[in-house]
Design a binder for this molecule. Structure first.
Ligand code: XMP
Length: 178
């Protein structure tokens, strides 16, 4: 897999250090509230697992399956909710975690749905945020790293289902994106 990577953008040690400080930010913002953390599958799995083990306050975890990319490197522009049942969020303080903020459509659509379903408050956290013009007006409350507008893989992010288990975030070689 390493041969398919053009360059490592953020290595494991740097990610781990940033996760420590993100966890402190979350603890500071929710000192005693039992948070309901919603993890967007599958991209946010690795990030969420590593982040949440660093948070000492009480929390519960739910997962949501949404799709906006359908295999390639371009957003489809439409966000599909794939689960048969939506988690019970009424009256809860929700922390929504995703791998990357790109066009903003995913976070925007999920945040809106959470509010429609009665969540008391919704905060959002992403490992990566592309620094670009977004299709939807949305901001994450917790951002691991700002990155340029290029397609990245690793640390949960995939290309056609591969590379999620790379321990770093890297840019895919053009020759590997076929
Ligand atoms: P939007 O455009 O809705 O994007 O903000 C969020 C979802 O799109 C996927 N995405 C990527 N996946 N490398 C990936 O592996 C990328 O560079 C990338 N950009 C967007 C991702 O699933 C994210 O949740």
């Amino acid at each position: 897999m390493r041969n398919d990577i053009e360059r490592v953008l953020i290595d494991e040690a740097v990610i781990e250090k940033r996760l420590d400080s993100m966890a402190r930010e979350i603890e500071r913002d929710f000192p005693e509230e039992t948070l309901l953390v919603i993890i967007l599958l599958k991209g946010a799995l690795v990030f969420a697992a590593d982040l949440l083990r660093r948070v000492s306050g009480p929390l519960e975890i739910e997962c949501l399956n949404v799709a906006s990319y359908h295999g390639g490197t371009e957003s489809s522009g439409k966000v599909d909710f794939l689960d048969r049942q939506f988690p019970e969020v009424r009256g809860r303080q929700v922390l929504l975690l995703d791998d990357i903020l790109d066009t903003g459509r995913t976070l925007h659509a999920v945040e809106r749905r959470l509010k429609e379903e009665g969540a008391l408050a919704v905060r959002t956290g992403v490992l990566l945020a592309k620094e670009k013009q977004r299709a939807e007006e949305v901001q994450a409350d917790y951002i691991g790293f700002g990155i340029g507008d290029e397609f990245v893989v690793g640390y949960g992010l995939d290309y056609n289902g591969k590379y999620r288990n790379l321990p770093y975030v890297g840019v895919l070689k053009l020759s590997a994106a076929v």
